[in-house]
Design a protein around this ligand. Structure first.
Ligand code: NAD
Length: 365
């Protein structure tokens, strides 16, 4: 039977999508009273429980939400594997507008769904979420990371993510320009959110010239009040003459359209799934001579921070481990050159090797 478009998110299609990249489990969560509509995806638990944030976003369709959660959860497996963490990959999405739809009841109901997975999935912040929501989720389940410090947690992981992006960006600068100094470099930052704001702080401190964009004026104004940045339009960001483009908003911004416009030598940012289609755009980036610092490599600071929260939080240790992103990035750039493959593939191969070797050794969570 041929699937019609309305059936693309039906059972057969979902299982087909899971089979594509070996997802272990997908949980659809619905609650009429609170209006909760969410999807939790557990991609791989070979290395440990699947830890990954919850994203709240007004997806145009359930299909879009499903695509996002499947891609993001797989990315988490690679991210933790590459960062050397004993964690698997998972992610959750809540369909809704984070500015208008949040209620305590909704997040507590969501917490019950997280709890039903008995620790196979551990949630944390992602786009549209903050520690306040983690507190409400935590009322219903202990499987939460990124709790406020006064509750024994590590707080918002975003500053540590930003620090890791900064370290990864410096490694990319070293590879592309022969020096890791960002002093005088022109850097465009797309997304003035939690990560973007902290990243701008590091960049400005080192003397980089920052161009910043966001779709929300208030976010831009908050950063511009603290740092000397040049504000640019959301679409204008792709046409700037900059050394480094740093996507820190949503994914898929490295695509056919933008690659025809981008003039940068390096792409290094926090956003997950920056390459619209890994195989296509990873190759085009390589052919254009742009150095792409794989997103799941350079944005691992947040998950490293969450991993430290689980074993007893020591901020200095989390930051120190996050600094390791610099060396890992240089190793991946070297492997990419040696094997003649795009950097995302070199990084994926290293992550897959680690998961495979544990699986073969019979080591499982
Ligand atoms: P956030 O929600 O705080 O910020 C995202 C910002 O991007 C918002 O200000 C939003 O207005 C802006 N934005 C959305 N669409 C845009 C567009 N088209 N053009 C310009 N700006 C746009 O999220 P965050 O926590 O800062 O995370 C940013 C990215 O980094 C996300 O992709 C997230 O998945 C990824 N990431 C975050 C962490 C973390 O620790 N927070 C960890 C790993 C990866």
């Amino acid at each position: 039977m041929e699937l019609t478009t309305t059936e693309t998110t039906g059972t057969a299609a979902v299982l087909g999508r899971m089979e594509e990249h070996d997802h272990e489990e997908v949980l659809f969560c619905f609650d009429r009273t609170t209006g909760l509509r969410a999807i939790i995806a557990v991609h791989d638990t070979t290395l440990g429980p699947a830890l990954g944030g919850t994203r709240m976003w007004p997806y145009a369709s359930e299909g879009d939400a499903l695509n996002d959660v499947l891609r993001l959860s797989r990315g988490m497996t690679y991210k933790s594997a590459l960062a050397g963490l004993d964690l698997g990959g998972g992610k959750a999405v809540i369909i809704g507008d984070s500015r208008t739809d949040k209620t305590e009841a909704m997040f507590r109901r969501f917490g019950r769904f997280v709890d039903s997975l008995n620790g196979r999935y551990i949630t944390a912040e992602d786009v549209g979420m903050s520690t306040a929501e983690m507190v409400n989720i935590h009322k219903e389940t202990k499987h939460v990371a990124g709790l406020p410090e006064e509750m024994g947690g590590s707080g918002d992981p975003s500053p540590v993510t930003a620090y890791g992006v900064y370290c990864g960006m410096k490694a990319a600068a070293k590879e592309a320009f022969g020096t890791d100094s960002l002093n005088g470099r022109k850097v465009s930052v797309q997304g003035a959110g939690n990560v973007g704001a902290a990243l701008v702080g590091h960049l400005v401190k080192e003397g980089a010239q920052v161009f910043l964009t966001d779709i929300h004026e208030d976010r831009l104004a908050a950063i511009a009040a603290l740092h000397p940045v040049t504000i640019v339009g959301p679409d204008e960001v792709y046409d700037l003459d900059v050394d480094i483009y740093s996507p820190c908003a949503l994914g898929a911004t490295v695509n056919d359209d933008t690659l025809a416009r981008l003039k940068c030598a390096v792409i290094a940012g926090a956003a997950n799934n920056q390459l619209a289609e890994e195989e296509v755009h990873g190759r085009v980036v390589l052919e254009k001579g742009i150095l792409y610092a794989p997103d799941f490599l350079v944005n691992a600071g947040g998950i490293i921070n969450c991993a430290w929260e689980r074993k007893g939080y020591v901020r200095e240790a989390a930051l120190k481990q996050t600094e390791g992103i610099y060396d890992t990035a240089l190793r991946i750039f070297r492997r990419s050159k040696e094997e003649g493959v795009p950097t995302y593939l070199a990084a994926s191969r290293e992550a897959e090797q680690r998961v495979r070797s544990m699986r073969q050794a019979g080591i499982r969570f």
